[in-house]
Design a protein around this ligand. Structure first.
Ligand code: MG
Length: 330
């Protein structure tokens, strides 16, 4: 197996969430050539803030064919891509209608008319990143819910604690509850405290999985699994979600458009299989960065991501034109 990489930087258009500043984010596209002649492409986008090894260390490991949980998924994506390319097909599934949510990263910078525009573009779900300004966030949640044409997801990224969250809950009107789809990682995982939250709102679990009984094979105190194919074994996670009766939201990992498209293709396949409830996806995160040659050509149709041009995950011409470097030269 030969591994090549192309380093890139994603430039955030604003602060991405409560734990990350708006610094450029390094990552790498990978090209993997297998001995059988197949070639596949994927993204490798670490989040050192969240415990991942930095990009350089990840690439150095690849040089000696050692994997991290993250690069293992990159290679899994690349293999899916290689298989599709060898079979002369796109990873995109036609006939699977899967919407994505719109995301609001900074409630204090929301422009007037933004929500109207979101609805006009066809979105039905908005994800609000919370945990920086509880009053402004609760106010926004109330106003979105009050419209009656959008559902709200709130993501706290595990910041704060049960007490601050309780304060937030009081700021959200009871009348808003019917439009609240779920709250994601309300604060650090706490079985009993999450049980209390769940009496009012459904909970989605994302990064807090690591602190939950999920790791030991038990059901966490949550209704929805946030499945990030870039970060976790898809088959094993889906099997657990099914066993626990949890619904699934597939999301990208705030990564390169290629990572997001790979995640979205997985979401389409899961939705087509139809054995578990696949909710509105969250795979449009690449729009939170300045456009690059790839993201500029992703065919967006409101909340839908259309088929990228080319085979596999798409963009054959762009991949072929990149100045790839072998990891063995590191
Ligand atoms: Mg999250």
């Amino acid at each position: 197996m030969k591994i090549f990489y192309h380093s890139y930087e994603l430039k955030p258009l604003g602060d991405l969430n409560a734990v990350t500043a708006s610094r450029p984010r390094p990552g790498a596209l990978l090209k993997i050539e297998w001995p059988n002649g197949k070639t596949g492409y994927a993204d490798l986008h670490p989040w050192p803030e969240l415990g991942d090894e930095a990009l350089d260390a990840q690439l150095l490991r690849l040089k000696s064919l050692k994997l991290t949980p993250l690069s293992e998924q990159s290679i899994w994506f690349a293999k899916r891509d290689a298989t599709a390319r060898a079979e002369n097909r796109s990873l995109w599934m036609t006939g699977v209608q899967l919407k994505n949510n719109e995301t609001i990263n900074d409630v204090t910078r929301l422009e007037i008319g933004f929500l109207d525009e979101v609805v006009n573009r066809g979105f039905t779900t908005v994800k609000v990143k919370c945990g920086r300004d509880l009053e402004a966030e609760a106010k926004l949640v109330n106003s979105i819910a009050g419209r009656q044409d959008l559902f709200v997801r709130m993501d706290f990224n595990g910041v704060g604690n049960a007490a601050t969250f309780e304060k937030f809950m009081k700021l959200v009107n009871r009348e808003s509850d019917g439009r609240i789809e779920y709250v994601e990682d309300p604060f650090a995982y706490d079985h009993e405290a999450w049980r209390e939250v769940r009496k009012r709102w459904k909970i989605a679990i994302d990064f807090e999985l690591a602190r939950s009984p999920w790791m030991k094979g038990d059901r966490p105190m949550a209704d929805v699994l946030v499945l990030k194919p870039a970060r976790m074994d898809v088959d094993a996670s889906v099997a657990k979600a099914l066993a626990f009766g949890m619904n699934v939201t597939v999301t990208s990992s705030m990564d390169h458009a290629i990572g997001a498209l790979h995640a979205h293709a997985v979401a389409q396949e899961l939705k087509k299989k139809n054995d578990l409830s696949v909710l509105t996806a969250g795979c449009m995160t690449f729009r939170q960065y300045q456009m690059d040659a790839f993201s500029a050509r992703v065919p967006l149709q409101g909340p839908f991501i259309g088929k990228p041009p080319g085979l596999g995950v798409g963009f054959d011409d762009l991949f072929q034109g990149l100045p790839w470097r072998a990891v063995t030269d590191l």
